[in-house]
Design a protein around this ligand. Structure first.
Ligand code: AMP
Ligand code: ZN
Length: 114
């Protein structure tokens, strides 16, 4: 997906403030942070939305979730709390069509979300 922003970011073609990367995942600071900690965790492989996850993707999503928890812990958020969110399609406000888990924390987060 050469025209996908997050594929290009994962390939190093778009600058990013990367906080973690491995063979499968990249985590980087959101360019428009909505909380003191706002990190996006993405798979290197292009998957457009949550609706496009396949039967073999359980481990990938599990690794994304565990990585979010590890980054939250590194940032001192584990005890006070944090939130992880996937937005899917228009009603949720998805703007980049390469799945990304938002990790938000460092302030009191409202519920329900807007
Ligand atoms: P969503 O609305 O769930 O699709 O979230 C997309 C997120 O990507 C937004 O929070 C944007 O601020 C963020 N974003 C867009 N472009 C970049 C970029 N080049 N680097 C980091 N974050 C970005
Ligand atoms: Zn992509």
């Amino acid at each position: 997906m050469p025209d996908c922003l997050f594929c290009r970011l994962a390939a190093g073609e778009v600058p990013a403030s990367i906080v973690y990367e491995d063979a499968q995942l990249v985590a980087f600071k959101d360019i428009t942070p909505q909380a003191p900690t706002h990190v996006l965790i993405i798979p290197r492989r292009h998957i457009a939305t949550l609706n496009d996850l396949g039967a073999g993707d359980e481990a990938l999503v599990g690794e994304m979730t565990r990585r979010a928890a590890a980054i939250a812990k590194e940032q001192g958020l584990a005890e006070r709390g944090y939130r992880v969110v996937f937005n899917c399609n228009a009603d949720a406000g998805q703007t980049v069509f390469h799945i990304h888990m938002h990790l938000l924390g460092g302030r009191r987060l409202g519920w329900p979300p807007g």
